[in-house]
Design a protein around this ligand. Structure first.
Ligand SMILES: Cc1cc2nc3c(=O)[nH]c(=O)nc-3n(C[C@H](O)[C@H](O)[C@H](O)COP(=O)(O)OP(=O)(O)OC[C@H]3O[C@@H](n4cnc5c(N)ncnc54)[C@H](O)[C@@H]3O)c2cc1C
Length: 415
């Protein structure tokens, strides 16, 4: 029987980041995952600047070690948006960027590699006990925390604080914390790996294609090293149910029937199965902690409702959970009341962004509006610069909801 103050269920980016942050705070923990690493996770594999920033706050050397493994990732410098009427808009993350000098704003790296890289970092730390190949399936509440066990009884532990980071299908999140699946705030997505797709951006821009038939949602092409790409599509779950969509069939159909994509995929080979998974979106408020527990990442429903990005938020919530755990240990208080501070901090750092993304998701659901905007943006360089700034600057993102901003853009001189 293991006795620990803190046990983390799940060692994806959320759980691994929590363990690493605790380790750097000199707090030992037990980190348990049902898989044996390296393991795959169905994902678009795009890792945002936010993920890199928070990992660097945990350990300033970590991203250098990741970047040194150059075969693991493609640097990305911007996003190519394609509207339903096939207008293509390239928006760099950084105005006037220089790939040779500027700090990188994001990566695409197979989750098989990225998550394993984080686990290798975990293994470097003496005060993290990492147990893989072990699913926690018994969560018994006691007066002083939780008794946790695997079904076969090989793993048995008590913890004063449980950090639940076991992903989108978390049993604990649904049945103990009460975060039900709500199809209006949930998405489904599939992804596959292809090799040799034509017409990729030379600076590794990721591509988001807003197509009439996948709405609200998008089709993506994200470049990977060695001529590979992660290709997929995702859509809100209520629309998938209403339209009885089979996303895997839809992915093939889009590539075969969309004339622009068809020519780009003509020499491409599918190198994997098409696989799918759920995305619990952060567009609905929930309580994400309770007596002796906190939820992190997908278990806390923290995926961006517009972009589907969840790795950065999983890492960020893990960082905050570790700091909150330190407060709990210092105050010897693991009560739901004391842990409200975790919910408040997560809402403070991620709430505004989630609300904006949700409103944008609702706007993007109108193909005519997306076409209108794409036509207009294409003729107006100033607007592309502003969108560029939106990635790094929340006040700029907020401006898009101010009518004065649009009037200024409309009447401003075209460059
Ligand atoms: C198709 C698709 C595309 C996506 N594309 C992107 C993208 O490009 N960029 C992005 O940022 N996000 C993307 N996301 C979202 C992203 O995958 C998740 O937000 C991210 O993986 C969340 O990390 P996590 O650590 O919370 O959970 P996970 O990465 O799911 O990790 C959970 C871990 O818990 C383990 N586990 C599960 N049950 C148990 C148990 N009972 N006991 C112990 N361990 C357990 C699992 O083995 C796993 O290792 C995408 C999602 C999907 C489905």
């Amino acid at each position: 029987m293991i006795k620990t103050n803190i046990c983390i269920a799940g060692a994806g980016p959320g759980g691994a980041a929590t363990a690493l942050k605790l380790s750097h705070l000199n707090i030992p923990c037990v980190l348990v995952d049902k898989a044996a690493f390296p393991r795959d996770k169905v994902c678009g594999d795009a890792i945002s600047g936010k993920a890199a920033t928070i990992l660097s706050r945990i350990d300033p050397g970590i991203m250098q070690r990741f970047e040194a493994a150059i075969t693991l990732q493609t640097d990305i410098w911007g996003i190519r948006f394609v509207s339903p009427n096939n207008r293509q808009i390239d928006v760099p993350f950084h105005l006037g960027y220089d790939c040779t000098k500027d700090p990188k704003q994001g990566f695409v790296s197979k989750r098989l590699d990225f998550d394993n890289f984080l686990i290798e970092e975990v293994k470097r730390r003496d005060n993290i006990t990492f147990i893989e190949n072990t699913a926690i399936e018994v969560f018994d509440k006691t007066d002083d925390g939780f008794t946790l066990a695997s079904r076969d009884g090989d793993f048995h532990a008590t913890a004063r604080l449980l950090i639940v980071a076991d992903g989108a299908n978390s049993w604990f999140s649904r049945h103990v914390a009460g975060l039900e699946k709500d199809e209006k705030h949930h998405a489904g997505a599939v992804r596959a790996y292809f090799k040799n797709i034509g017409g990729m951006h030379p600076d590794g821009f990721i591509e988001l294609h807003f197509l009439k038939e996948i709405n609200p949602g998008y089709f993506w092409i994200f470049p990977l090293p060695g001529g590979y790409a992660n290709v997929g599509l995702g859509m809100r779950s209520d629309h998938i149910s209403q339209q009885r969509f089979n996303l895997s069939h839809k992915l093939k159909e889009v590539i075969e029937n969309n004339s622009h994509l068809k020519s780009r995929f003509q020499n491409a080979t599918l190198t994997s199965k098409i696989t799918g998974y759920g995305l619990p979106l952060g567009s609905k408020n929930h309580r994400i902690s309770g007596n002796h527990f906190m939820l992190v990442g997908d278990a806390a429903h923290l995926i961006d409702p517009l972009s589907g990005e969840g790795i950065g938020n999983a890492i960020y919530s893990g960082f905050i959970a570790a700091e909150q755990a330190q407060q709990c240990l210092n105050a010897r208080d693991f009560s739901a009341k004391f842990l409200e501070a975790y919910d408040e901090r997560v809402a403070r750092v991620l709430g505004a962004e989630m609300r904006l993304s949700y409103r944008l998701q609702q706007l993007m659901a109108h193909p005519w509006l997306v076409n209108l905007l794409a036509n207009w943006v294409n003729k107006n360089r100033g607007l592309i610069d502003t969108i560029s700034l939106m990635y790094t600057d929340l006040p700029t993102r907020k401006k898009v909801f101010n009518p004065l901003f649009w009037m200024k853009m409309f009447f401003c001189k075209k460059r």
